[in-house]
Design a protein around this ligand. Structure first.
Ligand code: 0XW
Ligand code: MG
Length: 367
């Protein structure tokens, strides 16, 4: 099998409502879809959707520029030799893991189609035919966040993430307390600062909520800030945005800063890197999610396929953006949330056959 062309599409993703976090509010995004075309007629799809220009050091135009630099040097390669493909990408461009991730994901899709296996099967096999997910409650009044928590609990979600930060810490504390009053025993709760809290406010929040079983997700921005407060907080800390590659994951574990992770597939470089992090976490019994920033059915399926292979005792869910997106890329097979769970697509590869009319014409073609 040889790569004959790489097509890049931009997909407009208006957000249903406004998705507010500590440092940004999202109403519309553009996702980048990559199509790997081969001489066998098989094609593979990958996707990356930066969460706006300030959430992380990622940008739609940066993704396109990185792919433009890399793509011509991949034409003629066998895309199912995924390790060699990743090495070729790193030899072509330093960094931009989020952009490389879209190509890596498409390569896994192609490998599955070539061998007629689902991606989760190629990754070692799935636990069951569905995965758990969780609901992220955007920043809003404490009353509204508690209302949403009760509603999502009724809809079958077993884990909730409340967005905190970007406001008076007293409002965050009130929101967490109101949510804890409506949750039934066994519900999991994460308070996610998305890097927006100071160390001081994180300690205040944790100590004032010491009676509430929850985890703190990426409250502060840097590993050093986390290290400063680790001995003062009353809750486990999961790292998210700061873990932008496997090395940082390894360091945060070795330095005893991470009690778990909110992990994003494209941030670390794609399915290949996420598989490595899955295995490191299993070796150290560290719980983690398998999420991404945002994006449609392609990235959602990638998260679900990897999430399906995580050891059940460590799996904290696969978050997908579909509740905030009006239309599927693949109406029949696009991942959907039902009763807090997502069925694994059954087709080979990612199991997604996107309607290319949804993407329009490619914005770039290589090969
Ligand atoms: C909840 N998420 C996985 C989706 C949003 O991109 C933010 C992210 C997180 O946990 O930070
Ligand atoms: Mg997070």
């Amino acid at each position: 099998m040889k790569l004959t062309a790489i097509n890049v599409y931009e997909v407009d993703l208006p957000v249903v409502g406004t998705y507010r976090m500590s440092m940004t509010a999202i109403t519309r995004l553009t996702s980048v879809v990559v199509e790997l075309v081969t001489d066998t007629g098989l094609v593979g799809y990958g996707e990356v959707c930066p969460l706006g220009p300030i959430y992380q050091p990622q940008h739609v135009l940066g993704a396109r520029a990185a792919i433009e630099e890399i793509a011509p040097k991949l034409i003629g390669r066998d895309p199912t030799e995924i390790l060699q493909l990743n090495r070729a990408m790193d030899a072509a461009l330093n960094g931009s893991r989020y952009a490389k991730a879209a190509i890596d994901i498409a390569a896994w899709d192609l490998a599955g189609k070539r061998y007629n296996r689902r991606v989760c099967d190629l990754l070692g096999g799935a636990v069951g035919d569905s995965v758990s997910t969780y609901y992220a409650i955007a920043v809003a009044s404490p009353e509204e966040q508690a209302r949403v928590a009760a509603e999502k609990q009724e809809q079958g979600f077993r884990r909730l993430q409340i967005k905190v930060g970007g406001r008076d810490i007293e409002d965050d504390i009130e929101a967490i307390r109101k949510i804890s009053e409506v949750l039934r025993p066994g519900m999991r709760l994460a308070a996610d600062g998305n890097r927006g809290l100071t160390g001081r406010d994180t300690v205040f929040l944790s100590q004032r909520c010491r009676d509430i079983p929850m985890i703190l997700e990426q409250p502060c921005s840097t590993l050093d800030e986390i290290a400063n407060i680790k001995g003062q907080v009353c809750h486990p800390i999961y790292l998210d945005e700061v873990t932008d590659d496997v090395n940082v994951v390894v360091r945060s574990i070795a330095d005893r800063l991470a009690d778990g992770f909110g992990m994003k597939v494209t941030r670390v470089g794609g399915i290949s890197a996420m598989r490595t992090i899955r295995d490191i976490c299993e070796a150290r019994s560290l719980p983690h999610t398998v999420d991404d920033n945002w994006g449609g059915d392609i990235i959602a399926a990638a998260c679900v396929h990897v999430g399906a292979t995580v050891a059940p005792k460590l799996f904290e869910g696969a978050w997908i953006a579909s509740p905030y997106i009006e239309h599927h890329y693949d109406v029949e097979n696009g991942p959907r949330i039902e009763n807090g769970r997502i069925k694994i697509p059954t087709g080979p590869g990612l199991g997604i056959t996107p309607d290319l009319k949804r993407f329009g014409s490619p914005v770039a073609t290589f090969g």
